[in-house]
Design a protein around this ligand. Structure first.
Ligand code: FAD
Length: 577
């Protein structure tokens, strides 16, 4: 038990810690059309799709939303240029179509951005081949949605990115894809499902499957906050547990399906790697990216076989060496060494095993749906980018196979039309410009903060600032020099179901990875603000801060190629008290 003493107030907020407790009560009492196991992007998208079709839906997540792979991606919404090389045209076309849909339904979270792709003498993919590939990429995207690629001379490349190795550089390309805050995309997808009536709860673990007449008809659950146990009943159970899908299948004695692979990223200060835009680091076996994010840049990713418990995934010294080596080969003057690394993360791709044993980076990124004899649906594979399409395919299939038997009157998929929470804006750039200047003048906040609020919360920034209207002190930064406002810690509890300090520092905001000193100077204040709402006494507040400090220290150690006790690059789901 966490011992947080979460107060059960009588009024139930939309997506708060209070509504979490009320939702858990409903899980124990009600029967749902669909129960989804897993609050990563896949489970979130499935819950949203199903509830928008009029089905009753429950979603349970054993940790925080996006605490698995969905906060450990490269944070790109992209077609996947490299997949064209493997002639996976269908996958690229689908990804580019989904990129367009995400830009429409979540315009504040998905940001078009330019990528620089350098070309060197003797590189395996010559200029002509790359030009053809990029033209095909633009065509598959349907032109016009975001800018088309352009050709850059050697001089233009060096001007754009002075740190590039000049020796052997023959020129390059600028092309466009999108960046996304993966954890917030997941959170907003769950929240949108909640808006439509899905009953969702983080920190609720599936511990077993309930069967009746030879069919899976529910899930045994444990609320990790109250330690209550019981079951949630569902006419259909969907296993969307990402790299843990085999673990959940094992609960029902069903054979595994995964061929998981690991990928890591390292974070360095921009003062050490001052890239101006995203730069592709071409390697013989794959493409890495150096991605600027505020005062930091992250570099990744790798693709190696993984076995064991995904909760224990870590950055091995060889992973860190590979990434630093690749970066130094392209940016030799930066001379990055382990001591420059300020943090990093490791994640496990829940890829599906197929015939043969291809190299890890050749394992298909396509998704697969499996229906076990006792009726549980498992979905695995895919990408953050294709989550909506995956969910649509799965729910179409569930309705086709189970709808008549269960007497469902389900509607058509609407997820490509209905905006995500905070995203109901036609022309985001124009809206953001006007809204940011209103925030700047109306609230006296710096332009940088106003723009960040717009990107993180979309139209919801108005509600967030409403908290500061009630208590103007909340307009202050969390700590000196930080652009995160105190109001955001309150909002995270009241409106975004944050249950622990790490939820706020690591996923509601990006303080842990990209904040000054990992946001540590503001940890105490955040614990105080969150604790006053969550009923934490002084001891619990100190414990939350200590746990966060430990996660940060551990992250730094492993990212620099050292060994650490817990082998966890991002905070483990909160420890039991
Ligand atoms: P997860 O996010 O892991 O979600 C599964 C959830 O299930 C977890 O939160 C877990 O806690 C929960 N769970 C497990 N067991 C239980 C249980 N018993 N009870 C309740 N809950 C449970 N894709 C892109 O489109 N763009 C990229 O740039 C990109 N980069 C990537 C880089 C790396 C290094 C990796 C590893 C992946 C990348 N991907 C990218 C792929 C993408 O991140 C994944 O496909 C996606 O996040 C998988 O989401 P998921 O919901 O299936 O899994």
């Amino acid at each position: 038990m966490f011992g947080f003493g979460v107060k059960r107030r009588t009024s139930v907020g939309g997506f708060s810690s209070v509504s979490r407790a009320a939702n858990v009560d409903r899980l124990f009492r009600e029967t749902f059309d669909i129960v989804v196991i897993g609050g990563g992007i896949t489970g979130a998208a499935i819950a949203r799709d199903a509830v928008l079709r009029g089905l009753t839906v429950a979603l349970i997540e054993k940790g925080d939303y996006a605490s698995g792979t969905s906060s450990r991606s490269s944070k790109l919404v992209h077609g996947g240029l490299r997949y064209l090389k493997g002639r996976h045209v269908r996958l690229v076309r689908e990804s580019l179509r989904e990129r367009g849909i995400l830009l429409k339904i979540a315009p504040y979270l998905v940001e078009p951005t330019s990528f620089l792709l350098p070309v060197y003498k003797g590189s395996p993919d010559g200029r002509l081949k790359l030009r053809l590939g990029l033209t095909a990429y633009d065509m598959l995207a349907g032109f016009g949605e975001i800018a088309r690629h352009s050709v850059l001379s050697r001089e233009q490349m060096m001007e754009a990115e002075p740190l590039l190795r000049s020796e052997g550089l023959t020129g390059g390309f600028r092309y466009y894809d999108c960046l996304v805050n993966d954890a917030r995309l997941t959170l907003m997808t769950v929240r949108s499902a909640g808006d439509e009536g899905a009953v969702v709860a983080n920190y609720v673990e599936a511990t077993g499957l309930v069967r009746e007449d030879g069919r899976v008809c529910g899930v045994s659950i444990r609320d990790r906050v109250s330690e209550e146990t019981g079951s949630v009943r569902g006419r259909v159970v969907v296993n969307a547990a990402g790299p843990w899908v085999d673990h959940v299948r094992d609960l029902g004695g069903v054979a595994p399906i995964l061929r998981p692979t690991k990928g890591i990223h390292l974070v360095v200060p921009r003062t050490r790697l001052g890239v101006q835009s995203i730069v592709v680091i071409p390697r013989v076996d794959r493409m890495l990216f150096a991605v600027p994010n505020g005062d930091y840049a992250y570099i990744g990713t790798t693709d190696t076989d993984f076995s064991g418990d995904p909760a224990g995934v870590t950055i091995d010294p060889s992973d860190a060496d590979y990434v630093l080596g690749a970066s130094n080969a392209l940016f030799p003057s930066a001379k990055l060494v382990a001591a420059d690394v300020s943090g990093g993360w490791a994640g496990v791709r829940p890829l599906v095993a197929r015939e043969g044993t291809p190299a890890p980076s050749d394992v298909s990124r396509d998704y697969e749906i499996d229906v076990a004899p006792e009726g549980m649906y498992t979905i695995a594979g895919g990408k953050l980018t294709t989550c909506r399409a995956m969910a649509q395919t799965l729910i179409d299939r569930v309705i086709a196979q189970e709808g008549r038997r269960l007497g469902w009157q389900a509607g058509h998929c609407r997820t490509d039309q209905v905006p995500l929470h905070g995203g109901d804006v036609e022309k985001f750039e124009r809206y953001a410009q006007a809204a940011a200047s209103a925030v700047e003048t109306g609230w006296g906040l710096p332009d940088e903060t106003a723009r960040r609020l717009l990107r993180a919360y979309g139209t919801e920034h108005v509600k967030l600032l409403g908290y500061a209207h009630q208590d103007p002190k909340l307009l202050r930064p969390l700590f000196d020099g930080c652009s995160i406002l105190q109001a955001e810690a309150v909002y995270a509890v009241e409106e975004e179901m944050a249950v622990t300090l790490s939820d706020f520092m690591g996923r509601r905001t990006e303080l842990m990875l990209f904040g000054d000193d990992h946001g540590l100077p503001g940890a105490k204040k955040a614990a105080e603000l969150m604790g006053s709402l969550l009923g934490w006494d002084g001891r619990e507040r100190r414990r939350q801060v200590e746990a966060y400090k430990e996660s940060v220290a551990e992250m730094i150690t492993v990212a620099r190629g050292g060994q650490a006790g817990l082998h966890q690059a991002l905070p483990r789901v909160p420890y039991s008290g």
